[in-house]
Ligand binder design. Structure first.
Ligand code: HEM
Ligand SMILES: *[C@@H]1O[C@H](CO)[C@@H](O)[C@H](O)[C@H]1NC(C)=O
Ligand SMILES: *[C@@H]1O[C@H](CO)[C@@H](O)[C@H](O)[C@H]1NC(C)=O
Ligand SMILES: *[C@@H]1O[C@H](CO)[C@@H](O)[C@H](O)[C@H]1NC(C)=O
Ligand SMILES: *[C@@H]1O[C@H](CO)[C@@H](O)[C@H](O)[C@H]1NC(C)=O
Length: 339
């Protein structure tokens, strides 16, 4: 017992010592994000990720939506640094089990697959944080949405924070004014908020995320009045009171096509999430954009690309590394420990 305790103390102090060294090294290596960052060091990087996405969508088309969502949940919590991908350790509660992510985020194994392919082609070069950014873009393109050039050169975090994820990530109950405030803290505009919410043009949500608005909106004991009655009856059948919260429904009427159907649905009061519907029903500032995007898909696409690039620019300024395995930080080399 005693010696195990002693060894683990030793382990911890070695670990702290190493962290200090890593921090200095990595801080000095912080880089400006730019297109073509891997042109010399891993020229096939972007085509490798695109292939992985195309293959995984053939297996299960929803993987596009699930992977694209990872960019939002990564970038909002201490910048786009793949902190989201770290598994829990005895010393660290990661973000995977945070309120918004538990039983909800999925397709982590797609990122693992891309990482494995990249480690074969160019070991130790492409960060997990950049893989998320490339894969999210590819998910949109392969679903029929716009294409754009991504900026690369991110480092992976050395840590993650469940507490920060719990504090920051918005609940499906959020309303438009709350979301406007939240996004403004990341220098994202009302237009960015509405355009980025258009990501819900693909994918699914769980009954767990909507039962309150079907049966007890804001504690009234009544459903959300801002719902088309026929659509509400359909959701009532999918998600009966007291039913399985893990059953999923489509976020818009064309859940595998990245298009502006989502905005058309909001205008006809057929939004799935409360946070979606309030963008049309409760706030004039966001409604204007919803209406515009519902009428003009090209305007939506341009605004969406702008929002994704801005969101991808979020950085923590903390030290980082290029992880070998997206689920854990690189371990210090043994000789560093023995010195
Ligand atoms: C504006 C605030 C947002 C809120 C409140 C929100 C909330 C949610 C919720 C509750 C779900 C369903 C989760 C579940 O029931 O398990 C969901 C799904 C999804 N979200 Fe968001 N989201 C927001 C913004 C975004 C952004 C900015 C993106 C990406 C750019 C995004 C991408 C997605 C995608 C693609 C899905 C479907 C995932 C799948 O099918 O696996 N969301 N979101
Ligand atoms: C929006 O949500 C916030 C925070 O949950 C709440 O204080 C506010 O009253 C809500 N606003 C509207 C218009 O419902
Ligand atoms: C938002 O912009 C301000 C002013 O340019 C800057 O100081 C701040 O760091 C930015 N915040 C984020 C989260 O990027
Ligand atoms: C509805 O929500 C309110 C406030 O959260 C709660 O007091 C009430 O018991 C709920 N009613 C039902 C029928 O669940
Ligand atoms: C969904 O499934 C998970 C894992 O099986 C379970 O732990 C969780 O309680 C379920 N969630 C809901 C809302 O039913």
């Amino acid at each position: 017992m005693m010696s195990a305790f002693f060894i683990s103390l030793l382990h911890i102090s070695f670990f702290l010592l190493f962290q200090k060294t890593a921090i200095t090294a990595a801080a000095a290596a912080a880089t400006q994000l730019r297109p073509g960052f891997y042109a010399e060091t891993c020229p096939a990087a972007e085509s490798i990720v695109r292939d992985v996405m195309a293959k995984t969508m053939k297996r299960e088309i929803r993987n596009a939506a699930s992977v694209m969502r990872l960019q939002f949940h990564d970038c909002f919590v201490n910048g786009c640094d793949a902190s989201l991908l770290l598994d829990d350790t005895p010393d660290m509660l990661g973000e995977k089990l945070s309120l918004s992510n538990i039983n909800s985020l999925r397709s982590y194994e797609v990122i693992d697959g891309a990482k494995a392919a990249l480690e074969q082609a160019c070991p130790g070069v492409v960060s997990c944080a950049d893989i998320i950014i490339m894969a999210a873009r590819d998910a949109v393109v392969l679903s029929g949405g716009p294409n754009w050039e991504v900026k690369l050169g991110r480092l992976d975090s050395l840590t993650a924070s469940q507490e920060d994820a719990n504090r920051i990530m918005p609940s499906p109950r959020s309303n438009a004014s709350y979301l406007i405030d939240l996004f403004s803290q990341f220098n994202l505009s009302v237009q960015d908020l509405v355009a980025l919410s258009g990501s819900h043009s693909i994918g699914n949500g769980r009954c767990f995320s909507i039962v309150f608005r079907l049966y007890n909106q804001s504690g009234t004991g009544r459903p959300d009045p801002a719902m088309d009655p026929e659509y509400r009856e359909k959701l009532d059948r999918l998600c009966p009171l007291g039913g399985d919260g893990n059953v999923t429904g489509d976020l818009d009427a064309t859940p595998y096509v990245f298009d502006n159907q989502y905005f058309k649905d909001l205008v006809s009061l057929r939004g799935f999430l409360n946070s979606d519907q309030t963008l049309f029903s409760l706030d004039a500032r966001t409604r204007e954009y919803v209406q515009h995007f519902s009428r003009d898909q090209e305007v939506f696409f341009a605004a969406f690309v702008e929002g994704m690039i801005k969101m991808g620019d979020l950085q923590s300024g903390r030290p980082g590394e290029v992880r070998k395995n997206c689920r854990k930080v690189n371990s210090p080399p043994l000789h560093a420990l023995l010195k």
